[in-house]
Write a protein that binds this ligand. Sequence first.
Ligand code: ATP
Length: 288
Amino acid sequence: MRVYVAGNIVVDETWSIDELPQKGASIHGRKISQDIGGKGANQAIILSRCGIDTHLIAATGRDIHGQWIRERVQDENISLQPEEALSDHSDTSIIFNSRDGDNAIITTLAAAEALALERILLYLADAAPGDILLQQGNFSVEKTRALFSWAKSHGLITVFNPSPVNPDFVDLWPLIDIAVVNQHEAELLHPTGVNTLVITQGAAGADIFRADDHLFCPAAPVQAVDSTGAGDTFLAVLLASSLIRGVEPDALALYHASAAASITVSRTGTLNAFPTADELTAILTHRP
Ligand code: ATP
């Protein structure tokens, strides 16, 4: 069983600044970190660290960042396709953190948009019934819908994390088996008709709704320093825990996901904050 993640991979640059700049201002800042990011890559990396056979379909650019991403991803045990660059520039997220705790984020989408549907379908050619197609919100509604339609007609299990959120995603629910949304996305998109609905609520925990079943798991109590990537960690570990045991996302998967996400929120950064493969093995073999 394989998980195909079709989405984005970006260079995350985090900058520390005194205050968010006013229009026309020129300010100094300090670059704090640079690492791989993007919701597609984040979720693929964590799935792979959990021991899942993971295939990331995400585009990089011809710039130095693209080369760096393609080299850096080799440290993680995932296959990244396309192997060649598609756009002039790799996608980038520049995260500005101000002294008073505010932030502003600029993300580019050119590489993700350069990845045509037909090309993604080529990389999905080996997918078999029972494999998973996981998508986030970085593709257009049309491309996201076409991929999920293809997946359903080929017997794949579809998993959707509609972030960044687009109100037009509301039409996609009939194609989705497992939806993972935060409270804001749940309010905007009203997920209905999915087999398994997971709603995360930050420090308050997370719920699973399935048919007449409702499960809740409180967040693990930790000193939270940076919640970036908590949702990606949660989703990937929830999926991995259930796939490893051959079950639908259940109470134990919720517990494993909460434990893993609590590690991510207790550390700064994104990739640097994610649990390691050893930490994930310990979590996934733990029965409370
Ligand atoms: P992000 O966009 O920041 O990655 P999200 O909005 O997709 O996150 P959240 O609902 O904020 O997702 O968090 C996902 C899960 O992470 C929660 O259900 C919880 O288990 C864990 N989590 C988030 N914040 C905290 C916290 N302060 N303490 C402990 N666990 C947390």
